[in-house]
Ligand binder design. Structure first.
Ligand code: ADP
Ligand code: MG
Length: 801
């Protein structure tokens, strides 16, 4: 057995270096040697030993098969990959070959973070991307990303920097990179990243003669797609995971947002607990939540496409009854996309089929209900398009699933097939049932015949059906002529079999076995039928998610009083009464009110210099305007009274760093690197948010850098920009730079205390109020007085020069 283990372990190491091996032995997955030590520590389970190898005891630990998912989840979360070797023949078969022969085993799957399909191992409301990145130099990098839990498959070409920004958007569970490339991720053989091999693999996988129908892939893009596909297949063993035809994403079709900007704006759940995504999510299905996350992470740049989404939101907003009915219907919807993926890859339960059936039935009913409204004058084109994606042809399949399966199919057989569906199956079940009542009758009869009232007929996995009597009463049954056959003596009981019971047991077992086979055959038939409609089912799931997102955004707009933005090809940026949805929520929890503010970056005031003391609300104001742009282009209403936005091609947001030596590197350096990226990357259609740039160095350096950056943004980039600073020395630049306007977040001093008004108004802060803020923060009076004296002296000296 150990020889077999070592051979399989070597194979696992070749497929997935460093993976732990789950070695199936009966009802357990066992781990041996170093794997056992690692897993026992990670899972906090007992490390035991078994036998010897090379004169040393072999460390071992194990997890029960029926509960292995939870352990697998913990190992994967801890960063491990797990190869699973199953018994691929019946142990009885192995015995026939000879008493010493070992059950055949083989690796059937490698569980890795990016290839999961089990609902217990996945976040329901988040996509689980497996990405592959390759860069052959220059602009010729390629990225592919694949979600094996839904089959979604995308590719994109671009520069390495662009694709790294894409990775920041996707936050993949696992990223494959060519060995020796220096890129961060799971190393894969360079040969896996071959455009030629990828093309062949894609053609055969999707049964097409040419890939041209999907667009013109670059070689790097193909290579990345091929690597993702190869890994998906290799980790799935003999199973065939669900993968939909690849979709090429085109550069420029979405707002470019780099990693630093995403982190600074806290857009997605993966970057922050107080994210925009979490704050505005009113979806009622997991698939809807995933789509909302994807929409927010990739705002569109085509005003027409944005308008289509807004129309659908507006339609749901204008009709609260339909909105409520739709959300109600959707909230009963199972995760159809993920059930389909599990069914495809073969790790599924009868319940997945049941969910799929009820999901499809629900989809068709919802379609019928909404279709009566679509097509009428004033209904949005996206409604009709979305409904059209819900496949009418799926009705028969839904009906077949409903007719064949019980209402709530179990996780495991038996009991998945509806009584009355198959007469032969019903007869087998009847036989088994009759057998069981015959056993009960036999028990009563034996009690009467033997006079032992405590006699029981029991069933267990080792003995099967057997007769059990208390030890004290067993003696007459142990006699040779009793008709009972002794099987086992326990502490307080003795167990017997009898020919009559044996016959009954065999009949029951046979009927139950045959019933199981019949059920499995029905399920297999259903599975084939489902997989025959995989694309239509995926489309339907996507359409339902789109309805959920639109209805959820309408719900949000209605309850939070959001407005429909005007998005066009201009370079306007006019927000009236804008709010920051996340800060607003936090502020209102304290019982306070959020103060709305306007922002107008028209041509003659493209760049706003925002001053004001600490805590005045500068950062909040800057970010809320960026978020309004993101929301609008994602197709959402916005937290404002009105908004007019010319499409933003790239969004940048940077926060000046205070010295933070704990990081071990100069954050000022990082700040400068990020600022450099803006100065080289932004176009005149971009929106740039600079929050106290230059804060991380000495006053004169910082001022000089802030000054030069401001000039460059204004003169060279000519983009829309909000520039918060504590350098009041920059305010006079408004006279020199035609498109520069100066605003301040107002405060008032009242009896020596600072009152924050959170109101953005033209002008500049008259002073920095540092001492007032310090007082607010509880700096002792003595220190404050001393600071006041020093300040007076410094100001006197400055004014003298
Ligand atoms: P600054 O960047 O000027 O130091 P922040 O933007 O970080 O200030 O805001 C500080 C705090 O003030 C926020 O955490 C929030 O509680 C509050 N605040 C900011 N803007 C507003 C507003 N418009 N209305 C109400 N409270 C606000
Ligand atoms: Mg700030």
């Amino acid at each position: 057995m150990i020889a077999q283990y070592l051979a399989i372990k070597a194979e696992a190491d070749a497929l997935a270096p460093g993976a732990l091996l789950f070695f199936r032995m009966g009802d357990f997955y066992e781990l041996f040697f170093e794997d056992a030590a690692t897993a026992a520590a990670a899972l906090d389970i007992a490390l035991t030993r078994r036998g010897e190898h090379a004169g040393q005891p072999i460390p071992m630990c194990g997890v029960p098969v029926h509960a292995h998912e939870a352990y697998l989840a913990r190992l994967i979360r801890a960063g491990h990959r797990v190869a699973i070797a199953e018994q691929v023949e019946d142990p009885a078969e192995a015995k026939k070959r000879g008493s010493k022969s070992v059950v055949a085993r083989a690796i059937t799957r490698i569980a890795t973070p990016g290839t999961l399909t089990e609902s217990g191992l996945l976040e329901p409301r988040r996509a689980n991307w497996l990405a592959a990145l390759t860069a052959s130099g220059g602009d010729a990098a390629g990225l592919a990303w694949l979600d094996l839990s839904t089959g979604a498959f995308h590719t994109r070409a671009g520069s390495l920097a662009e694709l790294k920004a894409e990775l920041a958007r996707l936050a993949p569970a696992e990223t494959l990179v060519p060995e020796g490339s220096g890129l961060a991720g799971t190393s894969r053989p360079a040969g896996d990243f071959s455009a030629a091999r990828a093309e062949a693999a894609l053609k055969s996988r999707f049964g097409v003669a040419t890939l041209d129908g999907w667009g013109l892939f670059t070689p790097a893009e193909l290579a990345a797609a091929g690597a993702a596909l190869a890994y998906a297949q290799e980790t799935a063993g003999a199973a065939v995971p669900l993968i939909l035809p690849p979709r090429r994403e085109l550069a420029g079709s979405t707002m470019a947002i780099d990693a630093a900007t995403r982190a600074s704006l806290e857009l997605s759940r993966s970057t922050s607990r107080h994210s925009l995504e979490a704050t505005i999510d009113r979806t009622v299905t997991a698939a809807g939540a995933r789509l909302l996350g994807a929409d927010l992470a990739a705002p569109l740049t085509d005003p027409a496409a944005i308008g289509d989404r807004l129309d659908l939101v507006g339609w749901f907003l204008a009709d609260p009854m339909t909105r409520a009915a739709t959300r109600d219907a959707l909230s009963a919807l199972p995760d159809v996309a993920r059930a389909l993926a599990r069914i495809a890859v073969g790790r599924w339960s009868p319940r997945d089929l049941g969910q799929l059936g009820s999901g499809l039935g629900l989809a068709l009913r919802l379609k019928a209900a909404l279709a009566t409204r679509a097509g009428a004058a004033g209904t949005p084109p996206l409604l009709a398009d979305t409904l059209a994606r819900i496949g009418d042809g799926l009705g028969a399949l839904a009906e077949q699933l409903g007719r064949t399966l019980v209402d709530e199919p179990p996780l495991e057989l038996p009991g998945a097939i509806r009584p009355g569906h198959d007469a032969a199956l019903d007869a087998l079940r009847e036989t088994a049932r009759d057998g069981r009542s015959a056993v009960a009758a036999l028990e009563s009869r034996l009690k009467a015949e033997t006079g032992i009232t405590a006699l029981k007929i029991r069933h267990n996995n080792v003995l099967g059906y057997h007769i059990e009597v208390p030890a004290a009463r067993a003696e007459p049954l142990l006699r040779a002529d009793s008709g009972f056959i002794h099987r086992q003596t326990m502490a307080g009981a003795v167990r017997f079999s009898s020919p009559e019971l044996g016959n009954l047991a065999a009949r029951i077992a046979q009927a139950a076995d045959h019933a199981l086979v019949a059920e499995a055959a029905h399920l297999e038939e259903l599975r084939a039928a489902v997989l025959g409609h995989a694309t239509a089912i995926s489309d339907t799931a996507a359409a339902l998610a789109r309805l959920d997102v639109a209805a959820a955004l309408a719900e949000l707009a209605a309850t939070e009083n959001w407005a429909r933005p005007v998005v066009d090809a201009s370079t306007a940026f006019a927000i009236t009464g804008g709010r920051h949805p996340v800060v607003e929520q936090a502020v209102s929890r304290t019982g306070a009110r959020f103060t709305p503010n306007d922002c107008d970056l028209s041509a003659d005031r493209r760049v706003w210099l925002v001053t004001g003391p600490n805590m005045a609300g500068k950062s909040t104001f800057l970010r809320q305007n960026a978020l309004v742009a993101v929301l609008a282009q994602a197709g959402s209403y916005v937290p404002a009274a009105a908004a007019h936005i010319g499409v933003v091609d790239r969004l940048y947001s940077r926060v000046g760093a205070a010295d933070d030596l704990a990081e071990g590197r100069s954050t000022f350096m990082v700040e400068m690197v990020e600022t450099a990226a803006i100065l080289t990357g932004a176009s005149n259609r971009s929106l740039v948010i600079l929050d106290e740039v230059g804060r991380g160095t000495s006053t004169y350096d910082g001022l000089a850098i802030a000054w030069a950056v401001l000039e460059a943004v204004h003169d060279d980039l000519q983009c829309r920009c909000l520039f918060a600073t504590h350098y009041h020395e920059l305010v006079p630049l408004t006279a020199k730079l035609a498109g520069l306007a100066s605003v301040t977040v107002k405060v008032r001093e009242w009896k020596g205390d600072l009152v924050f008004l959170h109101e953005v108004a033209p002008g500049a802060a008259d002073k920095s109020y540092g001492l007032a803020v310090a007082r607010l923060a509880g700096i002792p009076a003595g220190v404050l007085n001393r600071a006041r004296a020093i300040l007076a002296r410094l100001e006197a000296r400055r004014d003298a020069t």
